[in-house]
Write a protein that binds this ligand. Structure first.
Ligand code: SAH
Length: 212
């Protein structure tokens, strides 16, 4: 069992690092991150670090989840959100509590199934899952008010920009392993306005074949 104090310490850390959106902080406070981890690592669930989840993938660092979520929320109410890179579903669970519906795509089937189970356990039912290469977004479900990509391409796929609603926001790490920028792209009609939020390290966005 993780103590309430460890969880509060994480919240304090996020605030110190500049996360100020109360809605985001409240959701992170109430979302049990330990259920997304293997038993052997669950005692570290409330440290502000990325941790392995198998298949060479990681659960994102809480600060990064908070930062990305705050960036899309700042654009106004979220009706439809697309997430590329479900992983174990932690970021999915955070967004599902702040948006009307979430569409999430993952290329590694066992991870997608684990995420599905985790979200069910939390009683979050407003999420649709898809086992696929998500680099082309989710054709037919858009346009989305926001798109979050939790794996890094070297360049932003045009399809993601095309599936963004007018006024919508895309938050995405871009670059190679040791040098990635977390970018926020806001769509205004035909214009896309880019802001660089942070330097980050995500796993690469793999294009093509999926993992069964
Ligand atoms: N969102 C997760 C982080 C997952 S790590 C969290 O909250 O912790 C990034 C995930 O992106 C990995 O599971 C990886 O398999 C997935 N991924 C990489 N390339 C992808 C692609 N082209 N389409 C869908 N998922 C992809």
């Amino acid at each position: 069992m993780t103590s309430q104090r460890t969880r509060e310490r994480l919240l304090g850390r996020l605030m110190e690092q500049g996360i100020s959106n109360m809605e985001v902080l409240d959701v992170i406070r109430s979302t049990p991150r330990h259920i997304f981890l293997d038993e052997a690592l669950s005692h570290r669930a409330y440290e502000d670090v990325a941790l392995p989840i198998g298949f060479n993938q990681t659960i994102s660092q809480p600060y990064v989840v908070a930062r990305m979520t705050a960036a899309i929320i700042a654009g106004g109410p979220l009706n439809k959100v697309l997430e590329i890179g479900t992983g174990c579903g932690y970021q999915t669970a955070v967004i599902a509590q702040l948006a009307k519906s979430v569409y999430t795509v993952e290329r590694i089937k066992p991870l997608l199934e684990r995420a599905r189970k985790n979200l069910k356990l939390l009683g979050l039912r407003n999420v649709e899952f898809k086992h696929s290469d998500g680099s082309g977004g989710w054709e037919g479900k858009g346009p989305f008010d926001a798109i979050i990509t939790t794996a890094a391409p070297q360049q932003i796929p045009q399809e993601l920009l095309a599936q963004l609603a007018d006024g919508g926001r895309l938050v995405i790490p871009v670059g190679v392993e040791n040098h990635q920028e977390l970018r926020l792209i806001a769509r205004q009609g035909k214009e896309f306005i880019t802001e660089i939020l942070d330097l980050v390290r995500f796993v690469p966005l793999l294009v093509g074949q999926v993992h069964h």
